[in-house]
Design a protein around this ligand. Structure first.
Ligand code: IMP
Ligand code: MG
Length: 173
């Protein structure tokens, strides 16, 4: 059995989500906002985040990407499994993603969504993992930065396990 080393407990996550929600609420007060959740890993974060926003003039949508590779490392070959259903032309798009790691997934997503001509695109990530970054991409809103490690819980999985944990843990094999 792998060990689960605590990284963030649920109270700390809630505080961080609050901080980010306050910034987003201020920045998008007068915007035409569509928040796009990247399935599956970001769905818990997304659900908490939108309930902490002080604004209510926004739409939500979901997108699902697959990146071929092992369970713990994306290969860079990305394909679209589920597209958004909203017309984002001239909208202010905020992508909500679980983890920014190499950056390949977000890089792909930015390129893809740009084709639909939104007014702006920004990214909000739960975890910014800097160890393996390969692209220039940075997220405007970051809940928590880590240097390395494989994280699970609060929506993050390892082979579909551990998504239900209320906190975030480092999985040690
Ligand atoms: P990137 O394309 O390398 O930036 O990979 C980002 C994607 O890989 C995330 O959306 C996650 O689905 C997955 N991922 C990367 N690191 C972790 C981790 O530590 N735990 C769970 N999923 C991860
Ligand atoms: Mg993901």
């Amino acid at each position: 059995m792998p060990d689960l080393i605590p990284v963030l407990d649920k109270e700390t996550i809630a505080q961080k989500v609050d901080d980010i929600a306050r910034q987003i609420s201020a920045d998008y007060k007068d915007a035409d906002l569509i928040i796009i959740c990247v399935l599956k890993g970001a769905f818990v974060f997304m659900a908490d985040l939108i309930r902490r926003l002080d604004i209510d003039n926004f739409g939500i949508d979901f997108i699902r990407l697959a990146s071929y590779g092992s369970e713990s490392c994306s290969s860079g070959r990305i394909s679209l499994l589920k597209d958004i259903e909203t017309d984002i032309r001239d909208k202010d798009v905020l992508i909500v993603e679980d983890i920014l790691d190499t950056g390949r997934t977000l890089n792909y997503l930015h390129q893809y969504l740009k084709e639909a001509a939104p007014r702006s695109i920004e990214t909000c990530v739960l975890i910014d993992k800097r160890e393996r970054r390969e692209t220039e991409i940075e997220a405007r809103y970051v809940c928590h930065k880590v240097q390395s490690g494989f994280l699970v819980g609060y929506g993050l999985d390892y082979a579909e396990t551990y998504r239900n944990l209320p906190g975030i843990y480092n999985l040690k094999f």
